[in-house]
Design a protein around this ligand. Structure first.
Ligand code: PBG
Length: 328
């Protein structure tokens, strides 16, 4: 006995040949989608792998220049820099020192790889002795005094030649304050990529090894968002856009794909997603154990983030994925 299938729609028809699948594919990754995060440290000829992030390094400026030359040659248009200073103090003064590590790195990169877009992460957590993103008074991470320091940090980055400024602190009012200071100093053409909906996430663990920025006490829940909230993300993004953000970011990416989609549908502005350290390290670890096919899962993950609505993806996989795309 044979069943009669009524459906005239047979969705499998267009899956039968790989050429058909190629012809109707909705989402296509490109190296142009990627922003590659890099960690820069003082010194020379220094390159040390981060133990919880295989394939990711802390490196001195000379090594960074080599890495960025290669990154750019692979078709990746942009990098984002995180600095680990020589000395940390209570007020994170290394962050807004015009000869700070990120400022030095930006100058070198704009000289040696001028076409590469250099984005700088603006935050204090890598620079403070307590590891918090701002100034601590009693048990409070204070908002306005911290924002003032962030504006100084952003300005020194722009003066060093940064192409885009990316504040990652999540304090209130910082986008407007940074926009004002940049404009007053003739940097009105420097865009701001705001970490707009940044959640208080366990997925930042490996990054804090890489950036040596684990808080010595407490956590970041008084400024980063509660993972349970979605409406609040819309308010955060709206606020940053009103204050002058040019690109808004959702971070992390994978547990927040719904937020990426909501932000993209609501505002229709350039939207970035940060495929963060923990998301990277989980795939690397499972891949190394032979539990998953690392390359396949990497490409599926990045495709999913783009399909959810991200125009740009900050990812430690940028070079690995660009290599796969170049083979196709
Ligand atoms: C803060 C900052 C963090 C990340 C990017 N910028 C860490 C934090 O908020 O603790 C995390 C990125 C990642 O996990 O890959 N400067």
């Amino acid at each position: 006995m044979s069943v009669t299938i009524e459906a005239s729609q047979r969705l499998r028809r267009l899956r039968m040949k790989s050429a058909f699948r190629d012809m109707v594919r909705e989402t296509e990754l490109s190296p142009k989608d990627f922003i590659y995060p890099l960690f820069v440290v003082p010194g020379k000829k220094f390159k040390k792998e981060v133990s919880s992030m295989p394939g990711v390094f802390q490196q001195s400026v000379d090594e960074l220049v080599k890495d960025c030359t290669e990154t750019y040659s692979m078709g990746i248009p942009a990098v984002i820099l995180f600095g680990i200073p020589e000395h940390k103090d209570e007020v994170g003064s290394g962050a807004y020192d015009e000869n700070g590590i990120v400022q030095q790195a930006v100058r070198a990169l704009k000289k040696e790889v001028p076409e590469l877009i250099v984005i700088t992460d603006v935050c204090l957590c890598e620079y403070t002795s307590h590891g918090h993103c701002g100034i601590v008074q009693g048990d409070e991470i204070v908002n306005d005094a911290s924002v003032e320091l962030l504006t100084k940090e952003a300005l020194t980055h722009a003066q060093a030649g940064a192409d885009i400024i990316a504040p990652s602190d999540m304090f209130d009012g910082r986008i407007g304050a940074i926009r004002n200071v940049l404009d007053q100093n003739n940097f009105h053409n420097i865009p701001i990529m705001s970490y707009a909906a940044k959640y208080a996430s366990g997925f930042y663990g490996p990054f804090r090894d890489a950036a040596e920025s684990t808080p010595k006490f407490g956590d970041r829940r008084s400024h980063q968002m509660d993972p349970a909230n979605s409406d609040e993300a819309i308010r955060e993004v709206e606020e940053d856009l009103i204050e002058g953000a040019d690109i808004v970011m959702v971070k992390p990416a994978l547990p927040y794909l719904d937020i990426i989609r909501r932000v993209k549908d609501t505002f229709a502005v350039p939207t970035a997603a940060y495929n963060v350290s923990g998301e990277y390290s989980m795939i690397k670890a499972a891949g190394r154990n032979g539990w998953i096919d690392e390359e396949r899962v990497m490409m599926e993950t990045l495709t999913g983030i783009k399909r959810a609505g991200a125009d740009l993806i900050l990812t430690y996989f940028a070079k690995d994925a660009a290599k796969v795309l170049a083979r196709k």
